[in-house]
Write a protein of this length. Structure first.
Lengths: 268, 287
């Protein structure tokens, strides 16, 4: 077999994987516009499921809850994560790897462990489940997202710019505001969007920490118990499009893939 | 990189995040470990030390059986995710020039698409009146819907593999991109064919990414409880469901805590083993 043909085989396989990845998402989109519940012999186009969504007050409320939890969690996570990123990047201390692992835990451990362990403590302290308990969970797993994103930006930036600013007489606040912040700005935006996306979709941990004040994924999960109604497809399609929009926006700010690209072209 | 100025200030920056993680992650995990030695009396958790939760797990073959089955399924899922994700990363890293950036995005986007939406999609595809069955029926290939598609471990495996592919793709791609291209040229100059170069050069050098991806997929698959609940049916009970049920209708928190701790011990052991090979961040959280 010639070199060329082998490449074609790999590309065909790659195409199949992409098909596997995207076919399910297309199915959800198609079902949300289908007047009937079957896809074969799809017989028309309707927006009525979307209209029904807007009449569902509980669903709209859950949507707003999710957005406010996401915004609040990201706000706290940015403060904690940014400070933490500078701390771990610029200070040498024993047990640094322990610190990194501790921060990483809520992100890499199975969500069920984080949810359950928080629930157990919350119950032991007799705290009722509320938006606040959901928020506690969401901050914990968005902090690592923010911290590690900003850490990698700091690592690329190096310490010289700050030193130069300080040598030229800037105080720490000025240095941060005029030098550091502009340099990490895009990483900060990218990390916030990423953290928001993660929070927006989260169900595994939220499930344990939510009382009657439900976030959107918890609400949809409840709807799914009664089978998949066309309404479920409509809200899924909206979430799908929102996630896509967030990812597109995010990719403009995070330099990861772009950087990998630049390094490669220099080597070629 | 040492802190050259205002060291106390720099130390202060680490305090909020440390306090948060200790209070809301370490303490809860520790407390869960503690109550795994308690017992339920009536409807209350009584703080009387006992080993019976762990004894129950290790002596009743039903529980250890579920753990074993879950670990095997998680292993299969991780391998399937590698089977799909590794070639994709390889193709993107070595075979694609034009449109590489777009294909990279296309490969990682599913990671950020809502977890629930992906579950809904697979329920729709695999169901009795789902996409596959209605397509096959209308083509006249089958009379009765294929029932083996949904509500079993096959459905769990398909959906979790789907979820895990980007988790394998990203670290593998990252490690493939780090391989200096001249090493591969050297290999081919010395007469190695493409396959030989792959097995002797590329594969060993991408091992850190591969191990990281494998571990991520394994841990995700092992701890999941929502996918088995949604797609697994009665025979698809996984370890995550077992834990979940102790906090739901079974209402045996101490036993649930013991099971959680067993899952934690497995996850931490595996992560510890991995950190020797790859990075535990796996490139997801770095830019």
């Amino acid at each position: 077999m010639s070199r060329r043909n082998r490449g074609i085989g790999l590309k065909a396989y790659g195409f199949l994987v992409y098909f596997f990845l995207y076919f399910p998402l297309i199915v959800v989109l198609l079902f949300s516009f289908s007047p009937t519940k079957t896809i074969v012999g799809i017989s028309g186009f309707t927006l009525k499921w979307y209209q029904e969504l807007f009449r569902d007050q509980n669903l709209l409320a859950a949507f707003l809850h999710t957005i406010s939890i996401g915004a609040a969690a990201v706000g706290i996570a940015v403060v904690l994560g940014m400070a933490g990123a500078f701390f771990v990047s610029r200070v040498h201390f024993p047990g640094k790897s322990v610190f990194r692992t501790l921060v990483l835990l809520p992100y890499i451990l199975p969500g069920i462990l984080m949810g359950i362990s928080l629930l157990v403590v919350i119950k032991a302290l007799n705290i009722p489940l509320s938006p606040l308990t959901v928020l506690l969970g969401h901050v914990s797993f968005t902090v690592p997202v923010v911290m590690f994103q900003i850490m990698s930006r700091i690592a690329r930036m190096g310490p010289n710019y700050q030193s130069a600013a300080m040598d030229l007489g800037a105080n720490p606040v000025q240095t941060f505001w005029y030098v550091t912040l502009p340099m990490i700005r895009t990483a900060l935006i990218g990390a916030s969007l990423l953290a928001f996306t993660v929070s927006f979709d989260e169900i595994v941990i939220s499930y344990f920490l939510t009382g009657t004040w439900m976030t959107l994924p918890v609400y949809i999960y409840g709807m799914m118990r009664y089978g998949l109604s066309p309404k479920v497809y409509a809200i899924s399609a909206i979430i799908l499009c929102l996630s896509l929009a967030l990812v597109m926006l995010m990719s403009r700010y995070t330099g990861r893939s772009a950087d990998v690209y630049r390094v490669r072209s220099r080597q070629d | 990189m040492g802190e050259r100025f205002s060291a106390p200030r720099a130390l202060l920056r680490g305090i909020p995040i440390t306090v948060w993680m200790l209070c809301l992650v370490a303490v809860p995990l520790g407390y869960t470990f503690l109550i795994s030695f308690f017992q339920v009396e009536g409807l209350q958790i009584a703080a009387k030390f006992t080993l019976k939760n762990y004894r129950l797990f290790f002596t009743d073959p039903m529980y250890s059986g579920i753990l074993l089955k879950s670990m095997l399924l998680a292993l299969a899922i991780a391998l399937l995710a590698i089977l799909a994700g590794y070639p994709l990363a390889y193709m993107l890293s070595f075979r694609v020039r034009r449109g590489k950036q777009a294909l990279f995005m296309l490969s990682i986007i599913p990671l950020w698409v809502s977890y629930l939406v992906r579950i809904i999609a697979w329920r729709t595809i695999l169901g009795n009146k789902g996409v596959i069955n209605s397509a096959l029926t209308s083509l006249g290939l089958i009379q009765e819907p294929l029932s083996f598609l949904l509500y079993n471990r096959f459905a769990i495996a398909v959906t979790l593999t789907y979820i895990c592919i980007p988790f394998v793709f990203i670290p593998v791609y990252t490690s493939l991109e780090k391989i200096p291209r001249n090493i591969m040229e050297a290999s081919s100059d010395l007469g190695a064919g493409e396959l030989r170069t792959f097995f002797n050069v590329v594969l060993p050098l991408s091992l850190p990414g591969l191990v990281t991806g494998f571990i991520f997929a394994f841990i995700i698959a092992l701890g999941d409880y929502i996918i088995p609940q949604q797609l697994g049916g009665t025979q698809g009970i996984m370890f995550g469901n077992l834990i979940w049920s102790q906090f739901g209708f079974a209402f045996n928190w101490p036993f649930g805590a013991a099971l959680s701790f067993i899952l934690l011990a497995i996850s931490v052991t595996i992560l510890g083993l991995t950190s020797r090979f790859g990075s535990t961040e796996g490139g997801f959280l770095s830019e």
